[in-house]
Design a protein around this ligand. Structure first.
Ligand code: FEO
Ligand code: CA
Ligand code: CA
Ligand code: CA
Length: 662
């Protein structure tokens, strides 16, 4: 990054101590009103008089005496900072549950970083754990001490994964070997693990019958829904257009009420080699999704990842995948009814009328927010009856109006310009080119939509928008109000009448993120009333059983601008403290925070520490270079000279056995 304004020291011992309260920058009245009341009311003008009349009260709310309002998060906040290890709020225990390379499938070989093989990796925990889902066992039991954990493996970080002699970087695809490529492909996908808590804590059940690895290398998927079997998804290897090998770039996801696991294919474009001629029918489609800059060498050895050999293969990725974790022999399905884009997550909520609603962001600058509503009704008494609910329904895209309303625009073939004249001959075309269909409907380009999660109690929907440094001043709107939005924001949607299938609703901004003390780097007042207060780049989230919102961040390499590694924050959503955050957990240098997932009793929080030692290590004081396998910025979590850094799932519990965050 160009703007290296600040770095934190390596102060591991002090990191768990609270920092002194910062003196916040004084916000403008406009900032305060916009944050407290939401941009919606300001723009509607209906509350202008009220807002001005209440200004004194608002300002006194912004900077109350410490402790003036009771936080719903009783834990003592940890300090911002960056060092080689993780930190959790006092009174909590954070321990490693499973690391990259640990055995998943019964009989898997022990991890040997100097002798990796695709065969071993296919039985071991994959790389870059992201989404985590938990399902109590047996199904329907709400068991919070024994369950199945579903974990995504988003991508691989070769620079710290393989010895340098064997390393090929993202810019050196030519020196890749077949075996190295196959290890990478086996390290992608997902893991399904049985886990159990006993008197010594949580552990993976090593011989669990449900333990399974799903990989990009070998697992067969079935395409289902309106685009299945379409001519545009048929290949030489699969003339039926129904069978796909592998899933890639599985970012976030969701668990369904019928006990399946949704895993989202996000940045699928970077895996494909080749370019199509400009007059090729898929040229514009692939350009819209960013193909043409391969980051992996897979296409050298696997024809399906070379679009010159298999021009339709890239239409078979970018979907939401549904996996039955209770049947290790089941064939996972790519649910085409939910659209093809760079899916971040897929959180499900059962609507008041019993239909299933899934919100999903398309994580790229200026892309859109989507919602799927099933035709069918969820049947809580018959698991099997729900297994194809996601094949039939309506996918819509969001338009955020400046007056605070939201409209859901249905992506239905034959309607509103989604016609043959515009290149959509069928619903399959609409779904394969979801982005272009959404363009036609006039959806609102957002600042990178990441996780979207509904609070089942309030019905509110939280939309996390990571950042968008490319937004120009003339491109701002009420829902994306900051040009050069480096630190992101969170929008809260209230569906009309609490109906998640309604065509409309209202929205307001919950928080604009960033450090209020550093407006020069684009931040705004974040209503900092806690010791550290602010955070940046919200990515994943979870709503705990008490209805409290927890936010995980992904700043990429820009942590040096904020002075803190990524982590989990408790974020107030109601009352006087609404919009304020407290840092609960912090990742080691170079890592990203993913996958917060609570058990239903709120006593266990699983988190995923992704790509330790990679991002922004050039800015890490005392290190100041890129990490390599031999010389990483941290060897978390093993801290052994012969072990590279390893992405890991961490399990957090309260020392007194109480609710996490109390
Ligand atoms: Fe894979 Fe959008 O984070
Ligand atoms: Ca993410
Ligand atoms: Ca989530
Ligand atoms: Ca991320």
């Amino acid at each position: 990054m160009n703007d290296r304004t600040r770095s934190s020291g390596r102060d591991a011992d002090a990191a768990d101590e609270g920092l002194p309260a910062q003196t916040p920058a004084v916000p403008t009245l406009g900032d305060v009103i916009a944050l407290r009341l939401g941009r919606r009311e300001m723009l509607m003008g209906s509350l202008a008089v009220t807002a001005i009349g209440a200004a004194g009260g608002l300002l006194s709310w912004v900077a109350p005496a410490a402790g003036a309002a009771a936080s719903r998060f009783k834990f003592r906040e940890i300090a911002h900072g960056v060092d080689e290890t993780h930190h959790v709020a006092p009174g909590h225990d954070a321990r490693i549950l499973i690391r990259w390379g640990d055995p998943v499938v019964s009989g898997a070989p022990p991890f040997d970083p100097m002798n990796q093989s695709a065969a071993a990796q296919s039985q071991q925990f994959g790389y870059n754990n992201d989404y985590i889902g938990y399902l109590g066992l047996p199904f329907g039991s709400a068991n919070t001490a024994r369950g199945v954990l579903c974990v995504n493996h988003e991508y691989t970080s070769e620079e710290v994964m393989f010895p340098s002699g064997d390393f090929y970087g993202r810019g050196d695809l030519d020196s890749a070997t077949r075996e190295r490529v196959d290890v990478e492909m086996a390290a992608h996908g997902t893991s399904v693990l049985e886990v159990q808590r006993d008197e010594t804590g949580w552990r993976v059940v090593g011989d669990g019958d449900l333990n399974r690895r799903i990989t990009a290398l070998a697992t067969e998927f079935e395409l289902s829904g309106p685009a299945a079997g379409d001519a545009r998804v048929r290949t030489l290897a699969d003339p039926s257009g129904l069978r796909v090998i592998g899933t890639i770039n599985n970012c976030a996801g969701g668990m369904t009420p019928w006990g399946t696991y949704l895993s989202c294919e996000e940045n699928f474009h970077t895996y494909f080699w080749g370019t199509l001629a400009e007059d090729h029918p898929e040229h514009a489609n692939y350009k819209r999704y960013g193909l043409g800059k391969p980051g992996y060498a897979w296409g050298r050895f696997h024809d399906r990842f070379d679009i010159n050999k298999e021009p339709n293969e890239a239409n078979r990725f970018g979907w939401i995948v549904e996996i039955d974790p209770l049947d290790p022999a089941s064939t996972p399905r790519k649910r085409t009814a939910l659209g093809r884009f760079k899916h971040e997550g897929a959180e499900t909520i059962v609507n008041t009328d019993g239909r299933v609603v899934i919100y999903s962001g398309d994580d790229q600058r200026f892309e859109y927010l989507y919602r799927f509503v099933s035709d069918g009704i969820f049947d809580a008494a018959d698991r099997a009856a729900n297994m194809d609910l996601l094949d039939r329904g309506t996918l819509s895209v969001a338009r955020f109006l400046d007056d605070g309303r939201i409209e859901w625009l249905p992506l239905v073939h034959g309607e509103n310009g989604l016609t043959a004249e515009n290149g959509f001959a069928s619903q399959a075309d609409v779904l394969i080119e979801t982005r272009r269909a959404a363009d036609v409907l006039g959806a609102t380009p957002m600042d990178r939509p990441e996780d979207v999660e509904a609070d089942p109690a309030s019905g509110k929907v939280f939309v996390l928008l990571t950042n968008n440094s490319k937004r120009e001043p003339e491109q701002t709107d009420a829902a994306n109000p900051r040009a050069e939005n480096r630190f992101g924001h969170i929008i809260e949607i209230a569906p009309a009448g609490g109906n998640h299938a309604a065509t409309g609703g209202t929205w307001e901004i919950l928080v604009l993120c960033g450090d209020p003390a550093k407006p020069e780097v684009g931040a705004r007042w974040n209503a900092a009333t806690s010791e550290n207060g602010w955070f940046a780049s919200p990515d994943n989230c979870a709503v705990d059983p008490q209805g409290r919102l927890w936010v995980a961040t992904d700043q990429g390499s820009s942590w040096a601008k904020t002075g803190t590694a990524d982590g989990v924050w408790g974020l107030e959503t109601e009352g006087e403290l609404r919009g304020t955050g407290k840092m609960f957990f912090r990742v080691p240098i170079g890592a990203e925070m993913c996958g917060p997932q609570f058990t239903a009793d709120g006593r266990t929080l699983f988190v995923a520490v992704q790509h330790p030692a990679t991002d922004g290590t050039e800015d890490y004081p005392g290190f100041e270079r890129k990490s390599t396998f031999e010389d990483p910025a941290t060897r978390w979590p093993d801290f052994k000279d012969d072990m590279p850094p390893r992405p890991s799932v961490v399990v957090i519990t309260k020392n007194d056995g109480g609710m996490v965050g109390e």
